[in-house]
Write a new protein. Structure first.
Length: 499
């Protein structure tokens, strides 16, 4: 599968309506209402999904709880759970083109990235947890002559996952895979805009052997479905990736219901810091461009604050502008496209408003424009701002578009202070050859992820999480399992042998 025509044929084959996924079958919303999904590139609706209401959520959560209690998944052997997850990962790979086209139509991601990065990483995550399933150990503290202490982990029951549209499959899988691996039942509420790909993902789980009722997908608006899940007293854990504003509200929903665990992966405004002694300045420049343009900048970890040591500032800025001019912004189904449209007209309007605010505040555009390339297609050219100040909106707030603010610094202390001058704490990158500086910067940066001489790297076993307004806890690796399991201490008094 490689040319645009073949991708378009696959896009045309997307069903014009979808059901919700529950009990291993399709279902309509009880009220019979539907919502349209909109393709930002063609500016047209292409399918519908059920508009669930709170009574639909009640039904799905009750089913998930009943399935958990029945033990068809929660009490099977970890090895069997692993086998099913690995089989599901294989099916995702088999259906990679189809899933990639769905994502591409839903939110405009270039189909090449959707297949080779997003779908590939979804399968990789799932396979990793499948392989881990039967390799975890419980523990027993030593040195207790008259007792046996057991420390075990148990699934929490019903896990609700609420996920965003920017990486709809891979981010959902960061939650689904460890939660299922631990034996829970999962109710996924995907972003409305990207529901269709999540539904197809769930359907494939049945083919892999996941028992009915263990994974459900409820479609509808966040304000209805998401809120109902967050306030549901039969949900034990709510795992969320999305905006800081919505995430903070979920903590209040938990407090107002059953005090469920709430895990938050939120927004970011990540600094990318280039020192003059970067081991490979050309690589640093290439990567800096990627860091704010990949997925059209709609990435929580986007490197949107680029701080460059003054000695190489002019060279780096020229390199960035030169590379940005060579990027192709266009049809996401064309494999040659680098940046697709922004995910929606409203997202496009938000990004352009931010660019305008930067200009009004006195920043200078070294590349890009405050006008859309094509407003009907929600396309925006990557924007490079210079002459920025820390108090500007474009430096403080998450834009979620291909916009970077570039500023010089004079020494390490200033770079660190600029990096931490943010309410967010998701990620950062540092480019330098100085090993001591690497450690000083890594220790000093207030963020959950620090990449050195690289950006957005990791493997399934490394944790991913933020601090400050970027969230709490962590996805990925064994670290994700804390929220999906209850820790239990069992103390067994052995009694004395008086014989
Ligand atoms: P969003 O508006 O917060 O939506 C995220 C999810 O929450 C969607 O499923 C949404 O449903 C739902 N939702 C909306 N309002 C809700 C409510 N009142 N109660 C419960 N759920 C509700 O975020 P987004 O625009 O989709 O995604 C972009 C944001 O996600 C950015 O801030 C980005 O930084 C962040 N993000 C963070 C990470 C990370 O790992 N830290 C990764 C990716 C993205 P609807 O679609 O129906 O509105």
């Amino acid at each position: 599968m490689s040319d645009a025509t073949t991708w378009r044929d696959l896009a045309a084959a997307i069903p014009s309506s979808h059901g919700m996924w529950g009990r291993g079958a399709w279902a309509e919303a009880a009220g019979g209402h539907t919502l349209a999904l909109h393709d930002p590139w063609t500016d047209s609706d292409f399918t519908t999904v059920p508009a669930a209401a709170s009574d639909d959520v009640d039904r799905v959560v009750a089913d998930a709880g009943a399935t958990f209690a029945a033990g068809s998944w929660s009490r099977v052997s970890p090895a069997e759970r692993g086998r099913v997850l690995i089989a599901w990962a294989g099916l995702i790979e088999v259906h990679a083109d189809e899933l990639a086209v769905l994502v591409s139509r839903e939110m405009g991601k270039p189909v090449r990235d959707a297949r080779d990065i997003e779908v590939a990483s979804t399968a990789k995550t799932l396979r990793w947890y499948g392989e881990l399933a039967d390799k975890l150990m419980d523990s027993s503290p030593r040195g207790l002559p008259d007792a046996l202490a057991l420390v075990t982990r148990e699934p929490v029951g019903v896990v609700a996952a609420i996920t965003p549209w920017n990486f709809p499959l891979s981010l959902a899988m960061l939650k689904i895979a460890p939660a299922l691996m631990a034996g829970n039942s999962v109710v996924l509420k995907p972003a409305l805009q990207t529901s269709a790909s999540s539904l197809r993902l769930a359907e494939l789980s049945r083919e892999a052997g996941l028992p009915d009722g263990v994974l459900s997908v409820v479609t509808g608006r966040g304000s209805t479905v998401g809120t109902a899940l967050a306030r549901h007293s039969a949900v034990s854990c709510l795992t969320f990736t999305g905006s800081t504003e919505v995430g903070l509200g979920l903590l209040a929903d938990s407090a107002a219901s059953n005090g469920k665990t709430v895990s938050l992966e939120l927004g970011g405004k990540s600094p990318n810091i280039v020192f003059a002694d970067a081991p490979d300045l050309e690589k640093a420049i290439d990567t800096a461009v990627w860091a704010f343009t990949f997925n059209s900048g709609q990435m929580c970890t986007a490197g949107t604050r680029l701080y460059v040591e003054r000695a190489v500032y002019d060279d780096v800025l020229a390199g960035i502008c030169d590379r940005v001019a060579r990027l192709t912004v266009g049809d996401p189904l064309d494999p040659a496209t680098d940046l697709g449209p922004l995910s929606s007209r409203s997202q496009c309007a938000t990004v352009l408003e931010y660019i305008d605010s930067g200009l009004r505040a006195g920043a200078r555009l070294a590349a890009g424009s405050a006008d859309a390339l094509d407003p009907d297609r929600s396309t925006v050219a990557p924007a490079v701002f210079t002459d920025v100040r820390a108090d500007m909106q474009i430096v403080r707030e998450e834009i979620f578009g291909p916009v970077v603010a570039v500023a010089p610094f004079d020494d390490e202390a200033q770079a660190l202070s600029m990096a931490n001058e943010t309410d967010f704490g998701l990620a950062a990158s540092v480019w330098t050859s100085d090993v001591s500086r690497i450690h000083r910067m890594s220790r000093g940066i207030e963020a959950g992820n620090v990449w050195v001489n690289s950006y957005e790297e990791g493997v399934p076993s490394t944790p991913f999480g933020g601090r400050k307004l970027s969230g709490n806890g962590a996805d990925k690796g064994v670290y994700a399992l804390d929220k999906y399991t209850h820790l239990k201490h069992t103390w067994i008094a052995l009694g004395r042998n008086h014989a």
